[in-house]
Structure formats: C-alpha cells, structure tokens
Ligand binder design. Structure first.
Ligand code: PMV
Length: 349
C-alpha cells in the first residue's frame, strides 16, 4: 500500500558552501547589487557554511541552533533573501532552515558569502526536490544561475560557486555581470592564514553600509580608473604562478582598500591596533626572514595572510609566538559547493 504523505519521512536538503577571500575587492556599487568594479577571490576550503532546508508550515531560521527573529541583525537579511528566492522560483512552500559556519561568527571571515551561497542552494534544492547539484542544474538552476541569485543576498556570495580563483566581472550592465573560475583549486597550492579576534566583534558599520560610503572617498575615482590595469596584472601573475608578483598586488590592493575606507565620510576602519601591528609584522617576516607571505584584509576585524601551503604552518607558529590575543585558522584554496539530501533527523554532515 502506498504511504500517505504524513507517513513519508521529511527530507532535508543540505548544502555546504565555502567562504572566499577577495584578493581584489568588491567595494562600492553602481546600482542594486551591481559592483563598481570587477573582483578576484580565492575560494576557501575549511571555512564554509552548512545549511539544511526542509518543508515547514512557516519560515523558521536557526543559526548555530539559535532561532532568528525576522527583525534581528542576521535574521532580516536571511528571511528577506528566502522570500526573494521564493518569488523567483514561484513557490509558496515555507522552509525551516538550520545553518552553521565551520568558523566563529563575527570574527572577520565573510560569513555572508558562504551563508547566502549555502542558503540559495539548500532552499532551491528543497523546492525543486534536487538531491545534488546535477539535479539542481537539470531543474533549471545551474551554478551560474545560483550565483546570480545568491548575489542578490550578498554580492561576494556569487564568487563562492566556483573553486580555486574566481573573477566576478561587472559587465556593461547589471544583467551582464558574471562570475567564472580563473584557476582551479588544484593548480596552485595557496593558503590563507586567518588571524582574527577571539571573541565576536560587532561591526558598527555593515559591509552594505560600507559599499554606500565608498563613493564619498576622493580616492574612489582614482581607484576605479586604475582597475583595468590592476585586473590585467592580477591575471598575469596568476597565469604565470608568480607568487611574489601576486603577493605584491594583493598587499597593494589591501592598502588601497584601507585608504578608501579611511577617507570616506564618515571614515571607516575595521582593524584594531593589534591587527595594524600584524600588518607590519607580516612585512618584517618577509624582509627579515625571507618568508613569502602577504597580507590582505576584509570588512571585519581579521587579517588574512596569503602564502603557499608549504609555509602556512611556519607562519602560524610565528604569529602565535608574537601575538597572544588572536585565534588563528589555517585554511587553503578550496573547491565548489556540495549538495546532498537525507531523511530528516540524520544530522551528521
Ligand atoms: O558581499 P558583501 O556585500 O558583504 O561585500 C563584501 C565586500 C568585501 O568583503 C569587503 C570585499 C569582497 O570583495 O569580498
């Protein structure tokens, strides 16, 4: 006898999506989610968001096991994106969402990139009953389409759909922007030694508000004018696997990003004095100890030290010896998101 629907076990759709660190930053928008410039990032491996979606009688979102209100800081963005996705897909089914990051919240690692990517995949998988990315593509949602949808929740999320090194091209109009892989993850063993605050640091200014301020900096126009040349140099360094060249570009870009924020009205800074000291320390390690490592930063209280995987542990130890109040996460270049389904109640990832 066929089981009636109430006897069917509920199915959970589980997406793992990586975070990414931008070598060339997306900072400033020309219109709704239309980046002012192209950006280039490295997809991470360990730092990811895992999101489960199941059918529910109303939308309910849990982050690290805690229920989020629709008007809470994180809740607002997540419920809004869920509703946006539902309208695009043209369904009414409400969802229960459970999400957690493999890295601490508000420590300066971009959880909105991995979070919005994982939410987009899990929600669409549940609505279309897709148990893997191939089925989701067959249902009309290939990675490129998912990336374009995730971008509406958080711009940088669109780069988390490809592994390795990824470019988000702004195109000639909002509709022609796209993201694509510049280099697969196994082409160059790059690592990211992430040094961040041990306890959550709440941001006074969100990255969305920061994007809006970018154009108030007198340096913003200069930055934009230099972009085509900068992108060319980044791509050359990547093609030639020239780490010194790439590192110098990454660091120069990080300093330009810091300067644009510092000269915005009102001025913006996400780094603490200790983290500024760390920037100088990374340079000293390079000059004094010949360690090939270059820093970058993001819109959070963290410094990302980009190096080749062979020296990552050495760098971690050096920082641990010299700086005592930070958490250090050693991550490396990573691959594409993953999707699977399972009967509800089986919670291992
Ligand atoms: O994706 P958003 O809107 O949170 O913006 C992120 C911007 C930066 O992280 C500062 C830079 C980037 O390109 O990831």
């Amino acid at each position: 006898m066929p089981k009636n629907s109430s006897q069917q076990p509920k199915i959970q759709y589980v997406a793992n999506a990586p975070s990414n660190i931008a070598f060339l930053k997306y900072w400033g928008k020309d219109g709704k989610q239309w980046a002012s410039n192209d950006s280039i990032s490295m997809t991470l491996s360990k730092c990811e968001t895992i999101t489960q979606a199941t059918d529910s009688s109303d939308d309910r979102v849990y982050l690290h096991g805690e229920y989020l209100n629709t008007d809470s800081k994180h809740g607002r963005k997540i419920y809004r994106h869920l509703q946006f996705l539902r309208t695009i897909v043209g369904v009414e089914q409400a969802l229960e969402i459970h999400s957690h990051n493999t890295f601490p919240l508000a420590c300066g690692i971009a959880s909105s990139a991995s979070g919005m990517a994982a939410l987009t995949i899990a929600a669409l998988a549940c609505w279309t009953r897709s148990s893997n990315l191939t089925e989701l593509a067959a249902a009309g949602y290939p990675l490129a389409k998912l990336a374009a949808l995730a971008r509406q929740g958080s711009g940088s999320a669109c780069r988390s759909f490809w592994g390795g090194i990824v470019q988000w091209e702004r195109g000639d109009s909002p509709a022609t922007q796209r993201t694509y892989q510049l280099m697969p993850a196994n082409d160059w063993q790059l690592a990211d030694v992430i040094v961040c605050a041990q306890s959550p640091v709440s941001k006074d200014i969100s990255s969305s508000a920061g994007h809006a301020l970018a154009q108030t900096s007198p340096l913003f126009t200069v930055r934009r004018q230099g972009m085509p040349e900068k992108i060319k140099h980044f791509r050359q360094a990547l093609q030639q696997h020239d780490f010194v060249q790439l590192g110098m570009l990454i660091e120069a870009e990080a300093l330009e990003f810091i300067q644009v924020m510092a000269t915005s009205t009102p001025p913006l800074s996400y780094l603490t004095q200790d983290l500024y000291d760390l920037l100088a320390f990374v340079r000293a390690c390079r000059q004094r100890d010949n360690l090939p490592a270059y820093f970058t930063v993001d819109a959070g209280a963290a410094v990302h030290i980009i190096c080749v995987a062979d020296v990552a542990e050495q760098i971690r130890q050096k920082i641990q010896r010299n700086f005592h109040n930070f958490m250090i996460i050693v991550d490396k270049i990573g691959a594409v998101p993953r999707l699977h389904s399972r009967p509800a109640g089986q919670d291992s990832n």
